[in-house]
Design a protein around this ligand. Structure first.
Ligand SMILES: Cc1ncc(C[n+]2csc(CCOP(=O)(O)OP(=O)(O)O)c2C)c(N)n1
Ligand SMILES: [Mg+2]
Length: 534
């Protein structure tokens, strides 16, 4: 008996280990989803922004691609912000969407994805609608191969609904791909010579190293050189222990202040990050006078758009391993300890400050907890109190588009369960950010995922007030957020939820939440004072 395209497709997905599908279904997806095999799991998201970011978190935490099924252009449209985020996160995702039947495409019926392959561009590495039904399984194979090769990222397949009952001529060929590209040895030699010649080098270590399992070699390399280590601005992952004596903190996200921090160094070696992820425009020189920059990245686009520096393309872990053999042990000026301002000035009984919230979080969190951060005005304070000290334990959106961390936390928790690692997952959110993809709370509740969502309730888009100060754009409307009740919202989606207003109550509620089998939302009223942007 000949198999259908659907059967051949599911066989391939099974062999690729893609047996979890994140989605939100519609009429155009039902032909693909019918007779859903018992060994597959469907993770329903109630809005597609959530679907996309849940899959992103799942893929990041498993270290493997994740599969998504959306409803034609409408689903892709809703998912777009988090698709862009996945592109910058370099998360391998196979995003699919149903398409109207080929029988009627020409006359553009309801829910036709007109120019389907154009819709998600330029935020996918490859976008395709199979020309023939029989090509569907092989198109999935090509999508997988494209998504996982460096730099990894999302791909898109548009799947006409009449393809799945057609006969498939045979099984799709399963192929494997390399996920690392080695650096050019001659170029690596040149970089090592530059480092050995430098008077006072400094390291900037970025997220690609965490994606590449480079935490350990990054530490060996820094310790051999004995030089200061900075985290790049707005870095989406941690790659270096924030308690390490060589760690200097986070570079600021503006041109002139960033350059100031590098003063006194003749060589800056940036590994695994863009040069640089700037945000507010504060003009100045990209580097201090006389400073040279060397850039190692696995992403040719990142290498190409850097305004300064010389680049070396290749896997960041392989590059560091190569350099470790070639560089001399450091004879550089001693690295001064980092001065952290940690003050808890609040009188008892007053509203909590973000610092107090984070101090309590740090006291109670397990060391191996996975932390996701989308509390925009409190990021610096967060890292001051909650230092990341473990690989693969911190995640932040690389795009700046809000509504990623809440659903991504659900994906992380799902992966922690499926991999058997079972690390607790804690998402630290603002009262603004928490709203964009809040429907993922429902998925967390339905799957009994033990995620702890902390919502810092300052009743405003705090950081936009800091921006208005910095940019001198006064009188902006729409930046106050009165009247939100996250406890009611969370209960409505099936989560346990509590409002906690003091450190003691928060501490107890957090301990209870970490023991609970399902998700917990803690709404924490905090002071609204916003620190200057820079
Ligand atoms: C999708 C999206 N919409 C709007 C913005 C603009 N924006 C950036 S920060 C921010 C406010 C976030 O507020 P909140 O989560 O309450 O954090 P707070 O600054 O108060 O700490 C907004 C609306 C964005 N980055 N992404
Ligand atoms: Mg806020």
């Amino acid at each position: 008996m000949t198999r259908t395209v659907r059967e051949a497709t599911y066989d391939l997905l099974r062999q690729l280990g893609l047996t979890t599908i994140f989605g939100n279904p519609g009429s155009t997806e039902e032909p693909f989803l019918q007779h859903f095999p018992a060994d597959f799991t469907y993770v329903l998201g109630l809005q597609e922004a959530s679907v996309l970011a849940m899959a992103d978190g799942y893929a990041q935490a498993t270290g493997r691609p994740a599969l998504i099924n959306l409803h034609t252009f409408a689903g892709v449209g809703h998912a777009m912000g988090n698709l862009i985020c996945a592109f910058y996160n370099k998360t391998p995702l196979i995003v699919t969407a149903g398409q109207q039947t080929r029988e009627m495409l020409l006359l553009e019926p309801y829910l036709t994805n007109v120019q389907a392959v154009e819709t998600p561009r330029p935020w996918v590495k490859w976008s395709y609608e199979p020309v023939r039904a029989v090509d569907v399984p092989a198109a999935f194979m090509r999508a997988y191969a494209t998504a996982v090769q460096p730099p990894a990222g999302p791909v898109f397949l548009s799947l006409p609904m009449d393809d799945f009952e057609k006969p498939a001529p045979g099984a799709a060929v399963v192929r494997t791909q390399s996920q690392r590209v080695g650096p050019d040895p001659a170029r690596l030699q040149e970089f090592a010579q530059e480092i050995n010649r430098a008077r006072s080098p400094v390291l900037v270590l970025g997220a690609a190293l965490d994606r590449s399992d480079g935490w350990e070699v990054a530490h060996q390399f820094a310790e051999k050189l004995k030089v200061p280590v900075w985290a790049p601005p707005e870095t989406e992952r941690a790659v270096f222990s924030e308690k390490h004596p060589l760690f200097q903190g986070f570079l600021p996200f503006a041109i002139a202040p960033l350059s100031d921090k590098l003063t006194g160094h003749d060589l800056v070696l940036v590994i695994g990050a863009p040069v640089f992820r700037y945000y507010p425009y504060v003009p100045g020189e990209y580097l201090p006078e006389g400073t040279r920059l060397l850039h190692i990245t696995d992403d040719p686009a990142e290498a190409a758009r850097a305004p300064v520096g010389d680049s070396l393309l290749g896997d960041t872990r392989l590059a560091i391993q190569g350099l470790l053999e070639l560089v001399n042990p450091g004879q550089y000026p001693p690295v001064p300890p980092r001065a952290l301002k940690r003050e808890l000035p609040n009188p008892p009984g007053a509203m909590l400050t973000p610092a107090e919230v984070f101090a309590t979080l740090q006291e109670n969190r397990p060391a191996d907890a996975v932390l996701l951060l989308e509390s925009t005005s409190n990021a610096e304070e967060f890292h001051t109190w909650v230092p990341i000290t473990e690989p693969h334990s911190f995640s932040l959106f690389a795009s700046g588009g809000l509504g990623w961390a809440l659903p991504a936390a659900v994906g992380f928790a799902s992966a922690e369960r499926d991999t058997g690692r079972r690390r607790p997952v804690i998402a630290v959110l603002g009262d603004g950010t928490a709203n964009y993809s809040i429907q993922a709370l429902y998925t967390a509740a339905q799957h009994h995922l033990p995620v702890v969502f902390l919502i810092l309730h300052n009743q405003e888009y705090g950081i936009l007030k800091a921006f208005a100060e910095q940019q001198k754009t006064f009188g902006v409307p729409g930046i106050d957020l009165p009247g939100l009740d996250f406890v009611a919202l969370a209960i409505g989606y099936g989560c346990a939820a509590f409002r906690v207003a003091t450190s003691d109550v928060f501490s107890q509620a957090l301990q209870d939440a970490l023991r609970r089998a399902g998700p917990t939302v803690l709404e924490i009223p905090i002071t609204a004072a916003v620190a200057p942007l820079l």
